[in-house]
Design a protein around this ligand. Sequence first.
Ligand SMILES: CC(C)(COP(=O)(O)OP(=O)(O)OC[C@H]1O[C@@H](n2cnc3c(N)ncnc32)[C@H](O)[C@@H]1OP(=O)(O)O)[C@@H](O)C(=O)NCCC(=O)NCCS
Length: 191
Amino acid sequence: MTHLAYDAYRRLERPAHLGPLGAGRRARQPLGRIVVRPMRLTDVPAVAAVDARVYDTPWREQVFVEHLGHSRYRYWVAETSAIVSGYAGLQVAVNGHVTTVTVHPDYRRLGVAGKLMAVLAEWAAQHGVARLRLEVAMANHAARRLYAGVGFTSVGLRKDYYGVQKDAVIMERQMPDASLPAPVGDQGSKA
Ligand SMILES: CC(C)(COP(=O)(O)OP(=O)(O)OC[C@H]1O[C@@H](n2cnc3c(N)ncnc32)[C@H](O)[C@@H]1OP(=O)(O)O)[C@@H](O)C(=O)NCCC(=O)NCCS
């Protein structure tokens, strides 16, 4: 079971000290530059600490350690001012399954998840992953907006996936075929 199968929908509250959000607007400027890089074993304690803070059923450190040692998984961390502010994971086959996208409550609405998703998708495109897929709780509007904003569309529903009357939306994003030439006028990414 992945994090996306956990009851993350319970964790949508915004930290009180950040105040209420304006509709669709970022609440404050980033605290520092967001750097996304592959997760290392030495990141696991910090990542697991965030996991324990965010989820009711967090992953043990050992789960991250095992995934990091497995070629079918890829994980990235986001650092903000050298602090682990978020992380994301991908289980890779012909298609990719997003295993987790998690941002520390103190670093939300700063673009951390967006940057993690951009790096994850870029990696997937470069490694021939045809399609990305994930499940997200119907009630998790923040995550659904995040995914819709980076090109995922809803393709199905899993009834009671997170418990009784707690459905999951299945979302997918088709990846560009990296073997095809880029369309004329496509300048690529400078990131
Ligand atoms: C969902 C989550 C990963 C978003 O992380 P984040 O770093 O705050 O997201 P970003 O700042 O990159 O926001 C990107 C877009 O997502 C959407 N979004 C993020 N948080 C939102 C919120 N609370 N309400 C509405 N839309 C939200 C917005 O469209 C936002 O773009 P905008 O800020 O330009 O409006 C974070 O809230 C989280 O970790 N939640 C708990 C764990 C979880 O639910 N993970 C996903 C499991 S499927």
